[in-house]
Design a protein around this ligand. Sequence first.
Ligand SMILES: C[S@@+](CC[C@H](N)C(=O)[O-])C[C@H]1O[C@@H](n2cnc3c(N)ncnc32)[C@H](O)[C@@H]1O
Length: 283
Amino acid sequence: MVDQGLLESWTDDLDFERVGAVRRVLKSLFFHPLANHLPPGLLKAILRFGKSELAASNWVDPGGWQSMVISYHGRPEQIADKILVGAGSMAMALRNRRRLGARLLARLIDTCDHEPAHALCLGAGPGQIITDALAEATHEAYATLVDINSDAFEFGREIAREKGVGDKVRFIRGDVREIHEMLGHPPDVVKMLGICEYLEDDQIVSIAKAVAQHMQPGRAIVFNSISPAHGTDRFFRRVFGLHMIYRSPQKLQALMEMAGFSDFVSIPEPVGVYHVVVGHKGD
Ligand SMILES: C[S@@+](CC[C@H](N)C(=O)[O-])C[C@H]1O[C@@H](n2cnc3c(N)ncnc32)[C@H](O)[C@@H]1O
């Protein structure tokens, strides 16, 4: 079981991206009002003209795995994406969440009392976070990655191979709302990063209940809360078609508690959008 102090000691050397005070003021006085209140048709035309890959990927699959890959990469060619991806608060927060999630998962694997540890990743996309963690962990581990969209898997296998963990990942196409039908080896750690914001409360509780029934007491679940502190929710909804459900860490913890998890500890990333939370299966 991990406590707040231990979790902080695991993550205190991480190199996070931050928004400086001047940039924060400029964003809230200038960029965010423009993005949120200019007509969506005009913004879409500008993004289309600017060949924004981030916008194009969201128009095909709002909040999908490709938009995540573009945001994680962080060094786009197009001017529109240099603003959205390079300097956008949401993209910076996403990269911070990836660093935080990967480090916590790596240490949870390392503190598991047996090897190989098994990580079950729900809404995993190509698995960039868990493959970072598998590559960083010193203990033996493998991961089962579940996603509704199998387009992500080939790219996922390729990046896993590049990180030297190609033989440690297994991809399953499936809807996490039906996870009870897919559960195999009991997981030592369950990862729900980047998925709860697309699920209703009752869906989160039923997914967490299904995995909890399969876990030993004391095993961990890792998930993230999300706050609209990035300042551009209206833009995301109207221009990208992205509808996220915002929940505080406390609200999500209450849902996870209904499924049998407790002893939560949470770590914020410095842009103020995400907390990554670790909970434990109760007795
Ligand atoms: C925002 S991406 C997050 C990807 C990855 N977890 C990360 O944080 O980098 C959300 C992923 O969840 C998947 N997804 C959304 N709803 C799902 C569902 N009901 N069942 C399985 N996967 C789902 C999407 O296909 C997408 O790959």
